[in-house]
Design a protein around this ligand. Structure first.
Ligand code: DAV
Length: 375
């Protein structure tokens, strides 16, 4: 019997992965969810349309090379099938002038054991992104009799899914930080919405970031859908645009996590880690002071690494401080140039989605304390 899909965490030995592609990527028009994400002073405000072909080619060159490097390290690599994203999207509930990309598979696909779930993204432009992965899902379904091919409940994304007048040009960074620290985001709670990259998988425990792309109702959905897992809601004050946990809180091996020093996990949310002998260390500073042009993500993609096994990690090749820290933490570093792909939706971790890691569903948090993160 062929076993294709299995992954319970982000650090056990990686054997099979999906690496995204930049083809046909579009900067989508502003919409209720993204107007909050695009920083006020960003050159991308109000701008949309197909990304420059030269930038697509450069990104693809680095993504292809990343795939090749992973293969050299014994990891099987699959690639999505690009769609034409520069076309109008319409559902009974909303319409938007374009889709986005199939570069960061991590935002769309969540692998839990033998199951891959397509997410319930809060961005309207990303509504059909899962289609780029359908040929692979179909193939895994044919080949692996135990593979569970799942689609999370699709959000309707009507106007009720967002707060209106939430966004205002005059809002300062301080006000923004106050709002996010108070768990006040542009998304409402009328339906579950979540990006797969907000979910940190740790065997029996799922730590999910409550932020711009994932709401509380999603956590409730996870709790009911996986009655045997423990679902935790975490948040990181200090991030004015909290989207995706993987440039904020990144596990390297059982017992060790790096945390963005500007977005520290609050003290009371640390208890579950501390009482189970997990160490949380500040991540190294990024090597760059600015993200590359036309990039949504922050410079903290520096810590968005892909762990290959408990002793090996792939880090973006220009992130000298992060590579040095990995070395000090006892990890062998595989440097991979990927900065030209950042603008398409993220870094080393974002650009991939797990298909197969060795290992099973471990309980890393067996010492259950009074834990305010537990949903
Ligand atoms: O720091 O901008 C990027 C995460 C992308 N998946 C950040 C988060």
């Amino acid at each position: 019997m062929t076993k294709i899909v299995n992954s319970w965490n982000d650090f056990d030995p990686l054997k099979h992965v999906i690496v995204g592609r930049a083809d046909n990527s579009v900067i989508p028009p502003e919409e209720p969810a993204s107007s909050e994400k695009v920083p006020v002073d960003s050159e991308m405000r109000g701008m949309w349309g197909p990304r420059p072909l030269e930038s697509v080619e450069k990104a693809n060159e680095q993504l292809d090379n990343y795939a090749k490097i992973l293969e050299q390290h014994g990891v099987k690599v699959d690639r999505p099938t690009p769609l034409q994203w520069n076309q109008h999207i319409k559902t009974p509930d909303f319409s938007i002038d374009s889709g986005m990309t199939q570069m960061p598979p991590r935002d769309i696909l969540l692998t839990i054991g033998n199951e891959i779930i397509s997410s319930a993204n809060a961005f309207r432009s990303r509504y059909f992104e899962y289609l780029a992965y359908w040929p692979l899902m179909n193939q895994y379904f044919d080949e692996d009799p135990e593979f569970l091919w799942t689609q999370a409940p699709r959000p309707r994304l009507t106007d009720k899914s967002y707060k209106h007048n939430y966004y205002d040009e005059s809002i300062s960074i301080e006000e923004r930080l106050e709002r996010t620290a108070n768990l006040d985001f542009v998304t409402t709670e009328v339906e579950p919405m979540w990006d797969a990259a907000d979910v940190m998988r740790m065997g029996k425990d799922l730590f999910i970031q409550h932020g711009l792309t994932t709401n509380r109702k999603a956590m409730e959905w996870f709790k009911r859908y996986y009655p045997d897992l423990r679902v935790h809601s975490v948040n990181f004050p200090g991030d004015p645009y909290p989207i995706h946990i993987d440039a904020t809180f990144v596990p390297l091996r059982p017992g060790l996590i790096i945390n963005n020093p500007n977005r520290k996990l609050p003290q009371e949310q640390r208890k579950i880690f501390e009482s189970n002998d997990w160490e949380i260390v500040d991540a190294a500073e990024p090597a760059h002071t600015e993200p590359p042009p036309l990039c949504y993500s922050s410079v903290w993609l520096s810590m968005n690494c892909l762990v290959i096994d408990h002793k090996t990690v792939a880090v973006e090749a220009s992130e000298v401080h992060q590579m040095e820290q990995m070395d000090k933490l006892g990890m062998n570093v595989i440097p991979v140039p990927l900065r030209d792909a950042y603008a398409f939706g993220g870094g080393m971790h974002c650009a991939t989605a797990d298909v197969y890691r060795e290992g099973g569903c471990e309980d890393y948090f067996s010492n259950q304390i009074a834990d305010p993160t537990l949903v």
